[in-house]
Design a protein around this ligand. Structure first.
Ligand code: NDP
Length: 507
């Protein structure tokens, strides 16, 4: 009988292709969720450095709650991202967190972080820049250049405030346009401002602003009675005589004089009538988009970028990858729900590790390969009674010189002064308080090559006016006394180092 070698070879090839795809967990089955653990071979982790049994990306209530549950059982590391604590750090009063009648957002997340740290979770103040989920253990590349190997990953990267995409928005970002009333309201004292949006955030922003400004107008694109904010939140506006709501109105353009916002162009969404409203601040509260760009083509998402989950679990579309919080929740988006989903994700991750055979014996064998973080977590709010300086875990942080008046600053802005940086901060601004220790660390590294100054925005009105600072943190860069650049967003260590290097190179 003739042996059908061609048919046998094709069958072997097909089987090999199937095994390779299954093994890598990226199979071509119709089911989107490759949660089968056949894809995982424990031997792949032996010899690999920087192993993390449970890697948690993101440090809002979802990530921190996951850390509480995961760290009690197994070595867990939270990669904090550039905004430790997440969006709750920009909220003032939270009245719906079970067990707390009223608590400040930053204090709430700090409490969860402290608890997770006490239970053994480690915190890395760095951001994930790229992931490779095509092979297990999964590789996470950090902004600071680390290559981490995760046995399981919990994605809790949250969501980012949406922008309007209208003319003038980017041009005047930080010069009158912002998305954080907690941070920036004090810079609009006695001014007329608008909040754009009709959700709970818009109401929160307006109430926060009302304490500082002359008037706040909430611009809602829908009609009266169709506002998205909860009725209970809308009722709270009654206690604020300087807040008004305008319905059926959309903002088309933000105008300014080159340095600050002066007015906005409006259109009536019913009649099409156009008008101009003179104001000096535009606070955006038009919703959020999930922070999932890192994971495109790696795991399954819906058309708006929310991570898809397997049934009622927190399992994403690859074995050992889980998601929790606003990154997967387009419906509830509440801190309590995010926290609960983080707990579920941790429990799912722990049972995944058990199922692949990651037991006490295996841990003993690989624990020398674990990635460990030196030092304590970067805090979300300074420890009570501590100086700002003590809020950082960075041992090499160096103080920078504090200036408060124009005269003090001008001493550093002479024709021969070289490169000088000035960081405007305030202790009520969470992103400022995160950036300041990093700024001081970078100052230490570049000591002698550039000068690093800081200005406490709450006590330096003259300098705020001189440099039109309406949003903090704000970093100004000078070369031989001339202002050469300004930055209106919080920066991490990599960004600051790159910036200092580039200015020194061009000096
Ligand atoms: P939401 O998605 O709830 O609301 C966004 C608002 O912005 C909607 O009114 C929407 O209008 C409007 N909008 C969107 N795009 C535009 C645009 N281009 N121009 C004008 N308006 C626009 O987001 P929030 O950030 O307000 O809330 C997110 C979640 O956080 C919610 O679940 C909320 O309950 C929760 N939250 C709870 C708080 C609390 O309980 N204390 C405080 C803050 C938030 P439209 O309705 O027409 O789509």
């Amino acid at each position: 009988m003739r042996i059908p070698w061609n048919a046998i070879a094709s069958a072997v090839l097909l089987a090999a292709v199937f095994v390779v795809f299954e093994y890598r967990g990226v199979g071509c089955s119709k089911n989107k969720f490759h949660t089968t653990h056949r894809a995982i071979a424990l031997k792949n982790m032996y010899g690999k450095p920087n192993l993390i049994p449970v890697a948690i990306i993101g440090s809002g209530p979802a990530g921190l709650s996951a850390a509480i549950y995961a760290a009690r059982d197994v070595h867990s590391v939270v990669i904090q991202g550039s905004k430790p604590g997440g969006l709750l750090t920009e909220t003032t009063e939270v009245e719906n967190w079970p067990g707390e009648r009223s608590i400040q957002g930053p204090l709430l997340v700090q409490g969860i972080q402290d608890q997770a740290e006490d239970l053994g979770a480690q915190f890395l103040f760095d951001s994930i820049e790229r992931v490779d989920f095509s092979r297990w253990p999964y590789t996470l590349y950090t902004k600071d250049g680390k290559e981490l190997h995760a046995l399981s990953v919990i994605i809790s990267t949250g969501a980012a405030p949406r922008k309007l995409g209208i003319p003038g928005e980017n041009e005047y970002w930080g010069m009158g346009v912002t998305a954080c009333a907690v941070c920036d309201a004090p810079f609009f004292k006695g001014e007329d401002v608008v909040v754009v949006g009709g959700g709970d955030s818009a109401i929160e922003e307006a109430m926060q602003l009302a304490k500082h400004v002359k008037s706040v107008t909430i611009l809602v694109r829908k009609g009266k009675g169709q506002m998205r904010a909860k009725a209970s939140m809308q009722e709270r506006l009654n206690g604020y005589p300087n807040i008004s709501v305008r319905y059926n109105v959309a903002i088309e353009k933000i105008n300014g004089d080159g340095m600050k916002v002066t007015s906005i162009d409006l259109i009536d969404t019913e009649t099409g009538n156009k008008s101009v409203l003179p104001i000096s601040g535009v606070f955006l509260a038009v919703g959020h988009d999930p922070n999932t760009s890192l994971f495109v083509n790696q795991i399954e998402m819906d058309e708006d970028g929310y991570i898809l989950l397997d049934g009622r679990s927190q399992r994403a579309s690859l074995p050992g990858v889980f998601a929790a919080g606003d990154v997967e929740d387009r419906v509830y988006r509440q801190a309590g729900v995010a926290s609960g989903s983080g707990i579920k994700a941790a429990l799912d991750a722990l049972s995944f590790l058990r199922e692949i055979g990651f037991d006490a014996n295996t841990i003993e064998r690989v624990k020398e390969q674990f990635f460990t973080v030196q030092g304590k977590a970067v805090r979300i709010v300074p420890a009570l009674g501590d100086e700002i300086q003590a809020a950082t875990s960075a041992p090499e942080a160096k103080p920078v010189i504090k200036v408060t008046t124009k005269d003090e600053l001008s001493a550093y802005l002479q024709p021969e002064s070289g490169i000088v940086f000035v960081d405007f901060f305030a202790d009520y601004c969470p992103s400022c308080m995160r950036m300041l220790p990093v700024y001081e660390m970078v100052a230490g590294e570049f000591s002698g090559r550039a000068t690093f100054l800081k200005v406490d925005a709450s006590e330096a009105q003259e300098l705020m006016d001189t440099y039109f600072v309406q949003k903090i943190p704000c970093l100004l860069a000078f070369n031989n006394g001339q202002l050469v650049a300004r930055y209106n967003e919080a920066m991490d260590k990599t960004e600051l180092t790159k910036l200092v290097n580039s200015l020194l190179a061009g000096a």
